[in-house]
Design a protein around this ligand. Structure first.
Ligand code: SF4
Ligand code: SF4
Length: 475
C-alpha cells in the first residue's frame, strides 16, 4: 500500500505560490523575460489579437464571419448561418470539441494555455507590457507598491489603470460585436447611448468585468476558475508533453562556484545553479523544479529565463524544456501512445460525422404539420381538404422565393394569404398556413402519407413529409 504521509519534498503541494502562510493573496511581480519562446509567443499573440479584433468586421455574403447572437438565437460560423433548428449539429460539434481537447491535452498538455488562451495572451502581451512600461520591472513595481503615495506614484497608477480601462473597453466592444453583430455595435457608436440603453449598459458591465479580470484577478483565473486547468490532473500522464525541469541533469543543484578543487575531487553538482530566475519570471509564482503543477500555464517564461542562464555559464540550453516526464526520466523521445491513438480514432469518427451533417445540411428547413384538432374538410361532394401549419427557416444569406407541390398526387395547394409563392428573407423564420385540396377518390384510407416538394423555380430544393386525412373508402 502506498504511504499516505507526504514526503518533505512534496510539501510545496500544500500551498499556493499566490498565497501567504495566512492564506492572504500575494501580488505577483513576475520579472520581464526575453528569449526565443517569448519572441515566438509575441508573434503568435499579436496575430491572434489582430484576428480577434478584425473578425467581427469581416463579412461574407452580407453575413458576419463569426457571430454568436444568443438573444436572437442565431450563430454565424465562417459566414454560414446556424439556428436553433441546428441544435443537434451544435451538440455534435461540442462533443467533437471536448474529445479534441482531451486528445490534444493528453498529447501536448497545456500548450493551448500558454500560446492561444485569450486570458494569457491579453495578460502577458497587453496588460503586463503596459505595467512594465509604466511601472518598470518587477523590483521597481514592488518598490512603487510599498512606497507612500507621492505625485509620481499617483500619476503612474492613474496612467496604468486608465490604459487598463481603455483596453478593457476595447475588448468589451469586440466581445459585443461577436454577440450582437458589428453593425448593431456601430449603431451604438453613432447614436446616443440612450437609444440603445441595454447595449450601452452591457458594454459598461463587460468593460468592468474585463478590467477586474486583468487588473485584479489575473492568475487566479487560471489557478482557481478555469475548468480546463482543473482537468489537467486527469488528462496528463507521464507521457504527456509539459514544461518540465530536467532534474536528471539539473540535480543536485548548487550555487555556481569558482573551480578551486580538482574536477575529480569536486562533489558532483548538477547544471542548476539555483539562481531562482525561473521562479522570479513565473506569473503564477511556482517553482517548476518541484515538478508538474496545476498552476503552470505553460507560458514558457521559465524556459527562456533558464536558457539565458545556461548560455551565460556555458552549459547546454533546455534544462527546462517541453518534454514528458518519461522523456526526462528515461531519456526517451516524445511519442504517440496507445491512449492518444484510441482517443484519436473517436475524434476522427466524430469529425467525419460532423462533416457529413455539415455538408448535407439543407439551406432551407421546412416543417409542414396538420393543424391540431382539425379533421378533413369536405368542400363539396367530390373534394376534400386539410389545413396545415408551415414553418420555413431560410439559412442562406439570400432571400428565397419558394412554392410547394404535392408529389405524385393530383392535389392543389391554397395558401391562406392567397399567394402562389412564399418569400423568406435571409435568416427569417416564417410561419404560415395552407390548405391541400384533392378529390375524395384519391385516397382510400383515412390517414395517408404525402410528400411535399419545396420548389425554387423549376428546381426541387427539398422534400418534406406530412399526413393527409380523407374519408374512408374515398367517398
Ligand atoms: S533558472 Fe535554471 S539554473 Fe536558475 S534556478 Fe531555474 S532551473 Fe536552476
Ligand atoms: S512554471 Fe514556467 S511555464 Fe509554468 S507558468 Fe511558471 S513560468 Fe510559465
Amino acid at each position: 500500500m502506498k504511504n499516505s504521509t507526504p514526503s518533505p519534498s512534496d510539501a510545496f503541494r500544500d500551498t499556493l505560490g499566490v498565497l501567504d502562510e495566512d492564506g492572504h493573496r500575494l501580488r505577483m511581480y513576475p520579472k520581464a523575460v526575453d528569449g526565443q519562446f517569448y519572441k515566438a509567443r509575441t508573434i503568435v499573440g499579436f496575430t491572434l489579437l489582430a484576428l480577434l479584433f478584425a473578425m467581427p468586421w469581416v463579412h461574407i455574403n452580407g453575413q458576419q464571419f463569426l457571430l454568436f447572437n444568443v438573444l436572437e438565437r442565431k450563430a454565424v460560423i465562417l459566414g454560414i448561418m446556424f439556428f436553433p433548428q441546428d441544435l443537434f449539429l451544435f451538440a455534435l460539434a461540442m462533443i467533437t470539441f471536448v474529445v479534441f481537447v482531451i486528445v490534444f491535452s493528453i498529447a501536448y498538455g497545456r500548450l493551448f494555455c500558454g500560446w492561444v488562451c485569450p486570458q494569457t495572451v491579453f495578460m502577458e502581451m497587453v496588460f503586463r507590457r503596459i505595467e512594465h512600461w509604466i511601472e518598470g520591472d518587477a523590483n521597481q513595481q514592488r518598490k512603487l507598491d510599498n512606497a507612500a503615495w507621492t505625485t509620481e506614484k499617483i500619476m503612474k497608477k492613474t496612467a496604468k489603470h486608465t490604459l487598463f480601462l481603455l483596453v478593457s473597453f476595447l475588448i468589451a466592444n469586440t466581445f459585443l460585436a461577436y454577440l450582437v453583430g458589428s453593425k448593431e455595435l456601430l449603431k451604438l457608436v453613432t447614436h446616443s447611448p440612450f437609444e440603445h440603453l441595454t447595449l450601452f449598459v452591457s458594454l459598461l458591465v463587460f468593460t468592468g468585468a474585463f478590467y477586474i479580470v486583468f487588473a485584479k484577478v489575473r492568475e487566479l483565473v487560471c489557478i482557481v476558475a478555469c475548468p480546463y486547468g482543473r482537468l489537467q490532473s486527469v488528462l496528463l500522464d507521464n507521457k504527456s508533453m509539459v514544461i518540465a525541469y530536467d532534474f536528471v541533469r539539473g540535480e543536485p543543484r548548487g550555487k555556481l562556484k569558482k573551480n578551486t578543487i580538482a574536477p575529480a575531487e569536486a562533489p558532483k553538482q548538477g547544471d542548476c545553479i539555483d539562481c531562482k530566475l525561473c521562479v522570479q519570471v513565473c506569473p503564477t509564482g511556482i517553482d517548476i523544479r518541484n515538478g508538474t503543477q496545476l498552476e503552470c500555464i505553460n507560458c514558457t517564461a521559465c524556459i527562456d529565463a533558464c536558457d539565458d542562464v545556461m548560455e551565460k555559464i556555458n552549459k547546454p540550453k533546455k534544462l527546462i524544456r517541453y518534454d514528458s516526464i518519461e522523456g526526462i526520466t528515461n531519456n526517451k523521445p516524445f511519442g504517440f501512445t496507445k491512449r492518444m491513438a484510441s482517443y484519436s480514432v473517436v475524434l476522427v469518427l466524430l469529425m467525419t460525422l460532423l462533416s457529413y451533417f455539415l455538408l448535407t445540411r439543407k439551406p432551407l428547413d421546412v416543417v409542414v404539420m396538420r393543424t391540431q384538432g382539425q379533421l378533413y374538410q369536405e368542400i363539396d361532394s367530390v373534394t376534400v381538404s386539410n389545413l396545415y401549419n408551415v414553418e420555413f427557416v431560410n439559412k442562406t444569406p439570400e432571400t428565397m422565393k419558394v412554392w410547394l407541390r404535392v408529389k405524385d398526387v393530383p392535389a392543389k395547394i391554397n395558401w391562406v394569404n392567397s399567394q402562389s409563392f412564399i418569400q423568406i428573407n435571409s435568416g427569417e423564420v416564417l410561419k404560415t398556413t395552407l390548405f391541400i385540396e384533392t378529390a375524395k377518390k384519391t385516397f382510400n384510407k383515412t390517414s395517408n402519407k404525402i410528400i411535399l416538394e419545396v420548389m425554387n423555380g423549376d428546381k426541387v430544393l427539398t422534400e418534406t413529409k406530412t399526413t393527409f386525412l380523407a374519408p374512408m373508402g374515398g367517398k
